[in-house]
Design a binder for this molecule. Sequence first.
Ligand code: IMP
Length: 211
Amino acid sequence: MAQHRLLTGKVVLATHNKGKLVEMRELMAPYGIELVSAGELGLPEPEEDGYMFSENAAIKAVAACKASGLPALSDDSGLCVDALDGAPGLFSANWAGPGKDFGPAMARVLAELAKRGATTPEQRRAHFTSALVIAWPDGHQELFEGRVFGTIVDAPRGTGGFGYNPIFQPDGYPETFAEMTTTVKSGADEALSHRARAFAQLAAACLRKPA
Ligand code: IMP
């Protein structure tokens, strides 16, 4: 099995998404990493033309690593709704349009489900996926993936976090992601969100808490 590499010092988070930055800063907090975002550094956003979350994550991590000369961590993620053949999936961000307005994007998910007569929780199954890639300046890369399964609720609930949080209720919880604090969403005891689950694997492989 390939050797994992420890991540230390200053790291670029290859995102312009403030919601992801907030969650990743909280997850990274115990590990003594100085996290600066691609948005804060004014790095350009590369075209995400991969066919998988992992490919797009690698595109973003490599671009930020090359532009900054620092190790870069990226998250490519999305919401996959079973009854919509996995949509919006890789296009989760695109459904919000250039204004990044998730009101219409959530309304579209709900309208598409209604069009297909998907009214019961069983017919409204969905999951979030997160692919995390770390790219180092010498070309080394590591990939970690996490998923969380649940249902699309009838109407948006809650205001916390970002993206499709208000319409996704993870299995085993009465709240949507938007009705939870970031700490609960990441998992107070055990990783809950797709991002927290991918991150738990990343942390075990590539991070150490300072002594
Ligand atoms: P990208 O990975 O930047 O291409 O975009 C992923 C998109 O998926 C985000 O803009 C959100 O719309 C959605 N998404 C990913 N993770 C979450 C989450 O934890 N909550 C809500 N929406 C999410």
